[in-house]
Design a binder for this molecule. Structure first.
Ligand code: NCD
Ligand code: ZN
Length: 361
């Protein structure tokens, strides 16, 4: 990393950060007009992104993923260099042969396990994970990563405990039965998840979102119900947020960037039954930079954002660089996307960093 702008003295605060171009290892790009309205926010900041398959209907087959990838690429602005990495939505009757085929020909990069009804558009998710044992065996053999939405869904389990219970009841068993299966524990939200991933000798890593680093569960109830802070997994207590911050800045290659940017229209969020999801793509790197700066760890941002993800996936890091400058920017209260308002993460706040794009080399 080049720590420019330090006027030759490391004690001086950084004003400019140049790092290898990052990737987003977890994003929802949607489809149709919403896709066209959001994809370039991701494509500007990130070279590649792991694209979630929870469309309606979900992307369960290689052919559907291939077609979705073409729609994504068609919506990317000319001049932006962006590679969508496609995922397969696992269901009770997923076909190991189609998944293997999709991986081998380069359509699928990974497969995503949603426990049924865990989150937005997961009604087709998996009701019993042992139904997938043939699929897991095939994936283990070809070193195809399994991405997990790590929450149990039984209604009698408290929503704030569902991630910790998932570790005990499901994740541990999958890891025991498939010791070489690469697993990414997506959008972790608890100290239990941090400790578990840290201590494990299994090939497992975790993504961390900007919003789970930024606020705890109180944000949803500050002075009234605040739907724009509602996402899944739901934010937890402060002690968990602090554990996530420690993991993100630790320099451990087991923790890397995944925004879980999940846009919904303002009407879908501000409703009697509001959708889960936070749209953080337009200011994602600025948001992460805020956290790393607050933690005095800007020198660790590049590993987290640009190096540890590709290393885990077995892909090369990006060669080119991006620039973040310490220039304040006011985040608008809403963005106009596909004829609707979408409230971005940090709406109404001022962020101290501004993404400047790629350097010429
Ligand atoms: C995601 C969405 O809206 O697709 N929502 C969210 O709160 N993260 C689904 C998901 O990733 O759980
Ligand atoms: Zn997600």
């Amino acid at each position: 990393m080049n720590l420019l702008g330090a006027q030759g003295k490391l004690e001086q605060p950084l004003t400019r950060l140049v790092i290898h171009r990052p990737d987003d290892w977890h994003v929802h790009l949607r489809d149709g007009a919403m896709l066209a309205g959001v994809v370039n926010a991701t494509a500007r900041q990130f070279a590649r992104a792991i694209v979630m398959p929870n469309l309606v209907p979900p992307v369960t087959k290689a052919a559907a993923a291939d077609a979705y990838r073409s729609r994504i690429l068609a919506a990317v602005e000319t001049g932006l260099d962006f590679t969508p990495l496609m995922t397969c939505y696992l269901t009770d009757d997923s076909d190991p042969e189609d998944i293997t085929y999709g991986f081998k020909v380069g359509i699928f990069t990974a497969a995503k396990l949603y426990p049924a009804h865990a989150t937005t558009n997961s009604s087709h998710g998996v009701t019993d994970f042992t139904n997938l044992y043939r699929v897991f065996a095939a994936m283990e053999k070809i070193a195809m990563p399994l991405l997990v939405h790590g929450e149990v869904t039984q209604s009698h389990i408290d929503i704030f405990d569902r991630e910790a219970v998932f570790i005990e009841q499901i994740l541990s068993q999958i890891m025991r039965d498939f010791p070489a299966l690469k697993i990414v524990f997506e959008h972790i939200t608890t100290s239990e998840a941090v400790d578990f991933v840290e201590a494990s000798t299994h090939p497992i890593a975790a993504t961390i979102t900007p919003h789970h680093l930024e606020f705890n569960r109180n944000a949803m109830f500050e002075g009234g119900i605040r739907p724009h802070f509602y996402c899944l997994p739901v934010a937890k207590r402060e002690v968990h947020r602090l554990a996530l911050r420690r993991a993100a800045i630790s320099g451990s290659p087991k923790f890397f960037l995944g925004t879980d940017s999940a846009p919904h229209t303002v009407g879908a969020k501000e409703s009697a039954c509001g959708c889960a999801g936070i749209y953080n793509a337009p200011y994602a790197l600025e948001s992460y930079a805020k956290v790393f700066e607050e933690e005095g760890a800007l020198d660790r941002l590049e590993g987290f954002a640009s190096q540890f993800g590709p290393r885990f996936y077995g892909l090369p890091s990006n060669q080119n660089h991006i620039v973040l400058e310490k220039t304040a920017q006011a985040i608008p209260p809403h963005l106009d996307i596909a004829g609707n308002h979408v409230v971005p993460f940090h709406a109404g706040q001022t962020l101290n960093w501004t993404f400047q794009g790629q350097t010429s080399h």
